[in-house]
Design a protein around this ligand. Structure first.
Ligand code: ADP
Ligand code: ZN
Length: 436
């Protein structure tokens, strides 16, 4: 097959050449970083001399940067450029606390747009496509990040924004949308609206493929989305601290996400010992921006858990691939001594055909005992009238969840659409347990 690339030379650099490029870019990045109050002080304290760096591996001399560091140096502690050079700021959605802010220069916005264009190209999006960006605009990076990237690619880009499903479907049909980008939890709601409007996304739209990202989801969820929409759904990973979308992206082979290593240096560490994990093992992803001027971030602990995938990709891109996120290290909850990731439960649920598209995990203390209650939508509302079928499904879910996480849940089956669509990322766990 004659493989096409957005930037062939960069995307197919050998690992050795990539490391040389990373080293060159790291030196520049350190020069910029040392202009910020935070890194200037840190380099002085730790006696770090960027001129003494001999290879990209020397990056390990630099301490990790955490979300807390960003927060406690809010708002300008990490700014590495003059105000007149800064043209935009974004901040994270604050899922896990106060937001953090990231500043961008003209160069930064330009290089980010290029990474998103490269990513979209890798999944087959072209300048002839109509790209509908179903994503919150404003401070959230999924809006403008994809807008600029898709425009850079040359696609006709519809800044549709989040929510308002009927309007989204109308836009798709009016303009013949061929590619959409959205968060995976929203697709589940969108499909219900198609049904309500007596339309089938597989036959009543011109969609060719879609991009899903910004929140953890399982392979089983992706399979469902693809079946319901009748198109391939490609995984997209990013975080505001590293621009936003365009950090790692699947190619058309859907076998893990190529992490754009010319723009980011990636390490995977054990979140407890902070040492590198052996190649191929799961750990916390640590990223360094290599092509950002206004606010470089060095060795940022993303709290996202993943691993490098072995082997090369048939697409010919040489940038290493990371696995689908297992979740965030701070997503994990402990109940009755067992460590549970919400994605383990989602995986089980999405494999059961009678289970609907949404769920919620509630942790409660009942009579002094901690309980995990899983509310699960059923696929077909009529199901709820049939007591024996219902009993059977509850049992299946209970047993399979127990096998996966070693905790017996209480399962509560609810109507389809029981959970209203949320504006942003889906909330999967509510912890109402008593704190002793
Ligand atoms: P917040 O941390 O407030 O949610 P962001 O909007 O920057 O702020 O979200 C970035 C986070 O979203 C990532 O660190 C990761 O946890 C999650 N995320 C983004 N893309 C994906 C993806 N494809 N799969 C799983 N998680 C993702
Ligand atoms: Zn590939």
């Amino acid at each position: 097959m004659n493989q096409q690339y957005w930037e062939k030379e960069l995307e197919t650099l050998s690992q050795v050449d990539l490391q040389i490029l990373q080293y060159e870019r790291l030196k520049k990045t350190l020069r910029f970083a040392s202009q910020s109050m935070y890194y200037k002080k840190l380099f002085a304290e730790k006696k770090i001399n960027p001129d003494g760096f001999k290879s990209i591996k020397d990056i390990e001399k630099i301490p990790f940067t955490t979300k807390e560091d960003l927060r406690s140096n809010f708002p300008y502690g990490f700014l590495a450029a003059e105000k007149r050079e800064v043209i935009r700021l974004h901040s994270s959605s604050g899922t896990t606390g106060n937001p953090t802010v990231v500043y961008h220069s003209k160069h930064d916005i330009d290089s980010w747009a290029n990474l998103v264009a490269r990513s979209l190209f890798a999944v087959g999006t072209r300048d002839t496509d109509v790209f509908q960006n179903i994503s919150g605009y404003g401070l959230f990076t999924g809006g403008l990040g994809f807008q600029y990237g898709a425009e850079r690619l040359g696609a006709l880009t519809i800044p549709a924004g989040a929510g308002n499903s009927k309007r989204q479907i109308k836009l798709m049909r009016d303009y013949g949308t061929t590619v959409i980008h959205t968060i995976p939890s929203y697709v589940m709601h969108l499909v219900d609206f198609f049904r309500e409007m007596n339309l089938d996304p597989r036959t009543d739209t011109d969609l060719r493929h879609m991009v899903i990202g910004a929140e953890p989801h399982t392979e089983e969820t992706r399979q469902r989305i693809q079946a319901m929409m009748g198109i391939k759904a490609y995984n997209s990973y990013g975080l505001s601290e590293m621009n936003g979308p365009g950090v790692a992206f699947e190619c058309e082979y859907q076998n893990g996400m190529h992490l754009w290593e010319d723009a980011f240096y990636a390490e995977i560490i054990d979140p407890v010992t902070l040492q590198h994990v052996p190649e191929g093992e799961i750990g916390e992803l640590v990223l360094t921006s290599l092509d950002r001027q206004a606010m470089p971030i060095l060795r940022y602990r993303t709290r996202d858990l993943t691993r490098f995938l072995p082997g090369s990709c048939p697409c010919g891109r040489t940038h290493r691939r990371i696995d689908r996120m297992k979740g965030r290290s701070d997503d994990m909850f402990i109940i009755r001594g067992c460590n549970v990731f919400p994605m383990q439960i989602e995986k089980v649920l999405m494999q059961i055909p009678e289970v609907g598209n949404n769920y919620m995990i509630q942790l409660e203390t009942i009579d002094g005992v901690d309980e995990m209650i899983i509310e699960v939508e059923v696929l077909d509302g009529n199901f709820l009238d049939n007591y024996s079928k219902l009993e059977k499904l509850s049992k299946i879910i209970t047993n399979e969840v127990k096998n996966e996480v070693l905790v017996t849940p209480k399962v509560k089956l609810v109507q389809p659409n029981h959970f209203p669509p949320c504006e942003g990322k889906a909330l999967r766990v509510k912890d109402n347990r008593k704190q002793y």
